[in-house]
Write a protein that binds this ligand. Sequence first.
Ligand code: BJW
Length: 228
Amino acid sequence: MSGVRNIVILTGAGISAESGIDTFRDAGGLWEQHRVEDVATPEGFARDPNLVLNFYDMRRAALNTVVPNRAHEALARLERAFGGELLIVTQNVDDLHERAGASQVLHMHGELKSALCTSCGMRSAWDAPMIDRPPCPVCRAPTLRPDVVWFGEMPYQMDRIYAALRRADLCVSIGTSGAVYPAAGFVRDARELGVRTLELNLERSEGSHWFHESRQGRAGELVPAWVE
Ligand code: BJW
C-alpha cells in the first residue's frame, strides 16, 4: 500500500456471501430463485407490488440474522489505519460494511433499511415490513417503496463516485461478477484515468482481463491478506 494516497473500493454480493447472504448470479443465487424482471425492475413493481415488497421484506428481515465477516472487518480496519482518502462504493443493499465499523460507504444501489416515498421523494430509515403499505413518515401517503436501484434506474451518487475515481491511485474490486453497469465499467474508467486496478473475487469475473491484477479466492481470506 506504500505510495497509495486515495483508494476506491468497489464491493459486490460476494463480499457478503460468507455472512450468509445470497449472491445474485451464483448457483442457487437470488436470480435462480426469482425472475429479475419481476422483482428488480420498476415495471415488475408496477405489475405486482406485493411480490416485490415481499421479496425485499424477506431480505430485510434476514439481514437482522447475519453479521459482518472477516472481509468487511478487514476493510473497516484499513479505513481506520489508512492515512489517505478511502471510499467504499458498494453495490450491496446490506449494511454489513457499516456494522463492521466502516464509515466512508456509498451505497450506489440503495439500502434495504431505507424506504423511498414515491409521492414526496423523501427517504426514511426503515426496518419494518412494507407489505401492509405503511404510510410515509413524512407525507403520510401509502406510497413507500424499497430505496433500491432497479434495472433501468439511475444508480445513486454517480458524480461522487467518478470524482473519487479521478482522485484515486488504486481501485480495488471485491466480490462482484462485473455483469451490471455502470459498476462493471469502473475498472475501464479507472484504467483510462491511469489508476492501478486490483480484483479480489472467488473466480475470474467477466471483466477480469481489465484489471492489472486479479486474485481468486474467498473474500474472507483474500481481503484480510491484502489489507495486512
Ligand atoms: C465471491 C464469494 C466469496 C461469491 N468471496 N467472491 C451498458 C452496457 C450494457 C448494459 C447496460 C449498460 N448500462 C446500463 C445497462 C443496463 C443495466 C445493466 O447493466 N444490465 C446488465 C444485465 C447488462 N444497468 C442498469 O439498468 C443500471 N442503471 C443504469 O445503467 O442507468 C443508466 C446509467 C448509465 C451510465 C451511467 C450511469 C447510469 C442499474 C442497475 C441496477 C442493479 N440493481 C441490482 C438490484 C439492487 C437491489 C437489490 O439488491 O435487490 O443490483 S441487480 C443486482 O446486480 C444488484 C447487484 O448490486 C448487482 C451486481 O451484482 P454483484 O454484486 O456483482 O453480484 P453477483 O451475484 O453477480 O456476483 C457475485 C460475485 O461474487 C461472483 O463473481 C462470485 O464468484 C463472487 N463470490 N462468493 C469472493 N465468498
